[in-house]
Design a protein around this ligand. Sequence first.
Ligand code: ADP
Ligand code: MG
Length: 720
Amino acid sequence: MRGMPELSSEVQFLKGVGPRVALTLAAKGIHTIEDLLYYLPFRYEDRLNPRSIEQLQPGEMASVIAEVRGSGLFRTRRMPVFEMTAGQGRNKLKCLWFRGGYLEGKFKPGALVALYGKVEFSTFGRGGGLQMHQPQFEILHEPAEDGQPPTEEQQRFDSLETGRIVPIYEATGKLNARWFRRIIRTALELMPPEVGDAIPKAIRERLGLVPRAEALWQVHWPDAGESFMALQVAATPAHRRLIFEELFFLELGLELKRRRARSQPGIGFVPSEKVRAALKKILPFHPTGAQKKVFKEIATDMAHPSPMRRLLQGDVGSGKTIVAFEAAVLAMENHYQVAMMAPTEILATQHYLSARAVLEPAGYRVVLLTGSLDQQQKKDIRRHVARGTAQMVIGTHALLEDKVEFDRLGLVIVDEQHRFGVLQRMKLMRKNSDVQPDVLVMTATPIPRTLALTLYGDLDVSVLDELPPGRTPVATRVVSDERAEEVWEFVRKVVNGGQQAYVVYPVIEENEEKDTGLKAAIKMYDELRKKILPDLKVGLLHGRMTAEEKELMMRRFKQNEVQVLVSTTVIEVGVDVPNASVMVIEHAERFGLSQMHQLRGRIGRGAARSYCILMTGGKVSEEAQQRLDTMVSTTDGFEVAEKDLELRGPGEFFGTRQAGMPSLRVANLIRDRKLLELAKREARALLEEKTPEITDTEKRAAVDYLRTHWNRRYGLVEVG
Ligand code: ADP
Ligand code: MG
């Protein structure tokens, strides 16, 4: 006989979960009964007050419960369409599924179905009236044809499907929403009424959090009185409780990690008079107020003999590079080496060229190490790094190879732009076995501070919130490529006036994606060079060129030997040519918002008025139109990022997991930003012993809970 299950029992404990189902669940990250209970509905259906067909309005999303009247597959000229008619009394609602052949035989006349979808005027077939297009559906009752009465268990579950607010779960494999409803209901019923709660009581009371067991019940099977709106946006007390819980333990873990990192021995870089003099010598311009403030934060941190873990955030063009070089000087003057890592060869090369221009005249030896150097070159450079004759090494991921050894690594600078690579950063930090080097991460992704602190876990944050002087805002326009001629004429005029231009394409070659009709960089390069702008010097840059070719092209563009640079998004990251004042992005409807913002950041760097022309070719979806509108209406990176987050959601925005995003299952870092702040405050207070009302036993219990749940649940680096 099976004993009482615990939350930590395997899901297979439950009746109806065999080895095969367990595998499907495991792929969703559901291993234990507890995991199952945290598999929350992604929406709810109001079957307490289902709508009558008579009242439906075109344009609204609605849940309808009705009886199947008939169904069948039609062939139209373009595709097969499955049509099902559902009825309530005399009123009928047509439901259509394009290519719906798979639905044949599914809807038996007389069956009761729940439908959810957008109501429209009927556009298909005869009869007018209303229709739903591809509605989600559930068959609630098969028609009682064989006369067999339903079993008692069936009846019990059937009563859950209607006459109340019903949770809808994301289906997986053969496990549909209905299946999840049953199994989760079963798990809830087996759950002891008092489940352990690792959130200390004082916090629960102060924040008015509902008990854990109650929250779990309510989030799956809300009481009839619960606000339907609040349910849909995950804002019920039950949701709040579970979201807070998840964020609280996440923040507690991050806080512990941060503390541990701080307690390790690091280097205290002395900001001596000599350093000050050296800094004065290298600075090519007066730093902005923001640059001064930020460097001061960095220098203070570096002077402290514990390892610096700092994030430097600043919009494109805010001048992060020189701040990084100042930090490098502070390290080098203290006889330590500096490693600077960039996400692409182009960017590494560019940093290298700037570093040479700024640092070499002052006597520092800088080398470049990228994957495309030949073996002998790499070996030579590695030798210089290992012996300490190179004081600063700039490179790509090639820096992470085990063969790269340092003499005295003191500072690691990671320029991530908008990429996230927390794990790689960790690897570079371990390159000095005696002490932890200081780490400075630079990013151009403007994200809210708390979010940055969470994504980057153990980092402190500095923000460059001011652009260097002399910038003129970029004017942005959207035009259809039917007006391409005018655009090229404009480019010619600007170039003849002494400025330079970028022309960006979404792909390198045409056949990369089949018959999309996309213009591609290589083909358009030929066209522009030979036919459209034969009088101008046109160059080509794309990701399949060798590092040497790329470097050469960048140099020629920098020196104005190339006036119009045709490229793919390789220039998105960090390229700096102030004389370029025009950017034409073709097929702009294909680009992401942050990506366009990064691209646009390449211009508007000099004194000349700059123009960004977003050319569209082909169909522009509603979402694409919103992206283009945002680009026109603002040049503020924060606004762009907010809009991008809104349009894409955090997963897409941050490039999902590999990037070190904690994989949360209840909370949403964007939607739940307020609770995140709260969770962070509470977690920190708990560890800072500012909370006499919480007993030591409770504190230990919270940390224990974190340890036992951390790895699996958040997928972050291990704690403590
Ligand atoms: P990002 O933050 O995007 O990395 P960069 O460091 O590339 O920005 O700086 C953008 C441009 O602004 C560069 O041409 C740089 O030389 C220039 N710049 C940076 N700081 C200043 C300043 N204080 N005064 C004038 N120009 C500056
Ligand atoms: Mg930069």
